[in-house]
Design a protein around this ligand. Structure first.
Ligand SMILES: Cc1cc2nc3c(=O)[nH]c(=O)nc-3n(C[C@H](O)[C@H](O)[C@H](O)COP(=O)(O)OP(=O)(O)OC[C@H]3O[C@@H](n4cnc5c(N)ncnc54)[C@H](O)[C@@H]3O)c2cc1C
Length: 597
């Protein structure tokens, strides 16, 4: 094979790699990786979501996993490409348990990044295309059970005479996407949702809300939005889509059903979940419990002196009803991130006099710039035209290890600064305190590290720059009957105070529903351990607790934006299905817990 061509180079590397794995030659394996190297594995080798950084970590993982995993049959898929001294290729492979898809980037030393992903479990493949269900049994049968009768029977039995294997608490897009994946894998699952209707978690948000991410990034698994779906879908449209999706996907979705408590019996390996189902108490006994209760679920509501004395309306942004009642009123929004900006702009449009209290600096990315610079190559019409499907885009995204991401994000952020220099200048002149992240890596790193601290500008920033949305700075020290006081001594009069002060870590849900002990045992969710504000070290290499085994057996966390819900639901579903099917799932490198919440 000609090592002068990309195909030749990849082929030579793949052959040597496959042989090193097969012969368990760890020294040879080490040499096939560059000095700076990263192997990210989604379930295929580690039954975990884990990135091994450096040759030592890679060799250690291989030493422990190879005997039980038995990887083999490595093939190059498609044509390798080359740019800037990096050769990239897609790979297929299999292990004893899974068929996998991989991606490698080679530099002149060897593999710089390697992604390995489990795509399906052998013997438990999703039935689709040629293997799809017939849907009907042709012939003549007395007392034939119709499709509708069968569905009704299944829905009536599950949770009563038959127990689900998985209970998902939370039926937002996260619970729904995971439920759809589990349905396709034939895992009996119930999704519990306290709201009246699927989609209500979106419907109930402030009325001006449209998705901040563009349509190409937002599809649910299996069923993409129609191709006339708006770029930024309004929240009610998303709500309706989610509701329809639960029906089309035939999910066992219990509305008006609140999970009141859950306890795990280590001996039986079973959860007891007490559910209030529209007034009726139902006890569910699943083997696996998933909290899909939302990253934006537990409001951070400050407790301030004088709150009870306030004469106007005061609420957290998650409770904000919209601007209609506030024409001509004075509104003070505490906070300066996404919700604060959206709510402030809607109030201004409705005729309110709006002041935003900025407590600390905020990153702003203009939506158009973000789409073009950050997402366009993978999630856009142009990407589709270049053959990058949503699934492919998700895998390309996943192939970039978190450690490497800041170095990729920084030039994008620098370009954004340059391109929108005039916009940023005007904002700063208006007194807005801007930042671009602790290391100038912008929005996406802030999202991964802390899930907060930014606004994707869809118009509110112009109002701030123009002084139409006024600014105040500092911490709120006290709420008075007519407004609030800041630590600078400034007093703001208000008829409405909105605390757009964000949300707490998802393990807060475990504390509420399971116990504080379990919440502490699993620790903080989200964040990478980057040692930047609100993301304390040590470095984790992956998002804490998300979509992977936790320190509490049989407890899982699922969530994130629409892209993450879609992509990672696949890997969480495979982990759950493997357990249901009795496939051994030795977890490599279960993460340590460093922070309680
Ligand atoms: C203002 C705002 C704008 C956003 N914009 C975007 C965007 O543009 N794109 C994007 O991808 N993301 C966006 N997000 C993030 C957004 O929160 C998530 O994408 C999405 O809501 C997460 O879905 P989820 O299913 O994980 O959580 P949620 O939608 O929060 O759903 C969790 C569900 O759990 C239910 N629940 C909680 N406790 C219980 C219980 N004990 N029993 C039963 N049910 C329970 C809740 O009722 C809720 O329906 C935005 C968030 C906010 C707040």
């Amino acid at each position: 094979m000609d090592v002068q061509t990309p195909l030749g180079r990849v082929n030579t590397w793949v052959e040597a790699f496959a042989q090193a794995l097969e012969t368990r030659d760890l020294e040879k394996l080490r040499q096939l990786f560059a000095t700076d190297c990263h192997w990210r594995d989604l379930v295929a080798f580690t039954w975990n979501i884990k990135t091994m950084e450096g040759r030592d970590a890679i060799a250690a993982m291989a030493a422990e996993t190879l005997p039980s995993i038995n990887p083999r049959n490595w093939q190059i898929e498609g044509e390798p490409t080359e740019a800037n001294g990096i050769t990239e290729a897609w790979l297929t492979f299999e292990t004893d348990a899974v068929r996998g898809l991989g991606h490698v980037r080679l530099n002149d030393e060897g593999a710089w990044t390697l992604l390995t992903t489990a795509q399906e479990l052998k013997g438990h493949e999703e039935r689709k295309g040629p293997t799809r269900d017939k849907g009907v049994e042709h012939g003549a049968f007395r007392n034939r059970e119709t499709y509708a009768e069968r569905r009704a029977r299944e829905a009536a039995e599950l949770g009563y005479s038959k127990q689900p294997y998985v209970v998902i608490i939370g039926g937002g897009q996260g619970g729904i996407a995971l439920g759809a994946r589990l349905r396709r894998l034939n895992v009996p699952t119930i999704i519990l949702e306290k709201n009246d209707r699927p989609g209500d978690s979106w419907r109930k948000r402030y009325k001006s809300l449209c998705l901040h991410d563009p349509v190409w990034y937002d599809h649910l698994p299996y069923l993409p939005f129609p191709d006339d779906w708006p770029v930024f879908a309004p929240k009610d449209k998303i709500g309706d889509w989610l509701e329809s999706y639960t029906r089309i996907m035939e999910l066992n979705y219990w509305t008006r059903s609140t999970a009141k408590s859950a306890t795990y019996d280590e001996k039986t390996g079973e959860w007891t979940v007490i559910v209030d189902r529209d007034g009726e108490e139902v006890v569910l006994k699943p083997k696996q419990l998933v909290l899909a209760t939302g990253m934006s679920g537990i409001p951070n509501m400050p407790k301030l002196p004088g709150m009870d004395s306030f004469k106007g309306d005061l609420h957290h942004s998650s409770q904000h009803p919209g601007p209609d009642a506030y024409d001509g009123k004075k509104a003070v929004i505490v906070g300066s991130n996404n919700s604060a900006h959206d709510i402030a702009a809607a109030l201004w449009e409705a005729g309110a006099d709006v002041t935003m209290v900025q407590r600390s600096s905020t990153h702003i990315s203009r939506s158009d710039t973000l789409m073009e610079l950050a997402l366009g190559a993978l999630y856009s019409e142009e990407a589709l035209a270049n053959g990058i499907t949503t699934d492919k885009a998700d895998l390309i995204f996943a192939s970039i290890p978190y450690k490497v991401l800041p170095a990729i994000q920084k030039p994008l952020c620098d370009e954004m600064k340059k391109r929108d220099a005039d916009f940023y200048d005007r904002l700063e002149k208006a007194g807005f305190k801007l930042d671009f992240g602790a290391d100038d890596t912008g929005l996406f790193m802030k999202y991964l590290r802390r899930g907060s601290g930014y606004y994707i500008d869809v118009g509110a920033s112009e109002l701030v720059a123009d002084g139409k949305i006024k600014l105040a700075h500092g911490q709120v020290t006290e709420v008075t009957p007519d407004g609030l006081k800041l630590d600078s001594g400034q007093e703001l009069k208000a008829d409405l105070i909105v605390f757009a002060t964000g949300y707490g870590s998802m393990n807060g849900w475990a504390a509420r529903i399971i116990s504080q002990e379990v919440a502490d045992k699993v620790g903080k969710c989200w964040g990478l351990g980057s040692d930047t504000p609100k993301d304390p070290g040590p470095w984790e290499g992956e998002l804490r607790n998300m979509w992977k085994p936790t320190r509490q057996e049989a407890l899982w966390f699922h969530g994130g934006n629409l892209h993450q819900s879609r992509h990672y639901s696949q890997f969480l579903a495979l982990q759950l299905k493997a357990r249901e099917a009795g496939i051994p799932t030795p977890v490599y490198g279960l993460a340590e817990v460093h922070h309680k919440g």
